[in-house]
Design a protein around this ligand. Structure first.
Ligand code: FAD
Length: 277
């Protein structure tokens, strides 16, 4: 976005014009720009928080059962907003939930393709940050189309549970990802980066030692409150997306059961030997 002399904003990609407040003056854009408040400014970094342009409607939802299925920070936030009495044991269980070290994902768009003999999603080891590479221009339709039209490539690197102290800024993450990408795919050193995006968050469910016993289950001590999500204690071994989906199905089954209705079968691995819990 370019700021014009009169304070208006011009989008160089599609030609839209916005006034000083970010309101659309000329299309093709159909929506005004989102507004952010600067919370903190530090050298070249700013911390932003979205400004709601319309009043957020509040509504009381009356229901027989409530399934809370937010991530760990979300569940803790919801409990922090609770008015009146919360069940002390449930509140304590929620408070004790942990998040894992943060994760980071960087996606790069290049002006050329490169030879690749391995899987289009490959786990990697031996790098200080990167633990997998995905070739999006070979697996996802819109990127395949883009690559066909332009001859370019789209590559994503992941870092699950990186150490925040070693990579304290987004710049440190990007620089390391980029350096490691050129080690993994040396052919890309000659390519031009057309675009890059970085996402890093700290909301992966954490499973520290000894957290099993106190982990909340589907049903809670608050009779009409149920939990779902990849952090919920499960009666069979599963993790991540499978855990998230299974916990949602368990919550639905619990409600069906309490309402005297038939539960749906849920298949899992047979918990035997090392997998027995
Ligand atoms: C980059 C990446 C790659 C992954 N790859 C894989 C993979 O290959 N295989 C796999 O099995 N898993 C993978 N995972 C993990 C998987 O995505 C998660 O385990 C799964 O999505 C968790 O689902 P969930 O429903 O528990 O939580 P989420 O999908 O995190 O959903 C929680 C929802 O709660 C909402 N929320 C948060 N706070 C509030 C609030 N206060 N009020 C209301 N709503 C709120 C959020 O907006 C979000 O929509 C990956 C995760 C990431 C980040």
């Amino acid at each position: 976005m370019h700021e014009e002399a009169d304070g208006a904003f011009h989008c160089p990609c599609h030609g839209a014009m916005y006034d000083q407040q970010g309101r659309v003056q000329r299309g093709p854009a159909q929506r005004d720009l989102p507004r952010f408040q600067v919370l903190q400014r530090q050298e070249e970094e700013v911390q932003l928080v979205a400004i709601a342009t319309e009043a957020v409607p509040t509504e009381t939802v009356q229901a027989d059962f409530y399934v809370f299925a937010a991530d760990v920070p979300g569940i803790q936030h919801l409990f922090s907003l609770a008015e009146g009495e919360t069940h002390p044991h449930v509140a304590q269980q929620v408070e004790r939930l942990a998040v894992a070290d943060p994760f980071a994902v960087a996606r790069f768009w290049f002006d050329r393709d490169f030879p690749w003999q391995h899987s289009n999603f490959a786990s990697l080891s031996g790098y200080s940050l990167t633990d997998s590479i995905t070739l999006y221009h070979r697996i996802q339709e819109d990127y395949i189309d883009w690559a066909k039209r332009t001859g370019g490539s789209v590559v994503e690197l992941h870092a699950y549970c990186y150490k925040e102290a070693e990579f304290p800024t987004q710049q440190a993450l990007l620089t390391t990802f980029e350096r490691e990408l050129y080690e993994i795919v040396p052919e890309l050193q000659q390519a031009t980066v057309l675009h890059r995006e970085l996402v890093n968050q700290k909301n992966f469910a954490g499973f520290p030692p000894n957290s099993y016993a106190e982990r909340p289950e589907t049903s809670t001590a608050a009779t009409n409150l149920l939990f779902a999500g990849d952090w919920v204690k499960m009666p069979f071994p599963c993790g991540l997306m499978e855990r998230a989906i299974s916990s949602g199905l368990l919550a639905a089954n619990e409600i069906l059961h309490r309402e005297g209705l038939q539960r749906r079968s849920l298949l899992s691995v047979n918990p035997q030997g090392m997998l027995q819990i």
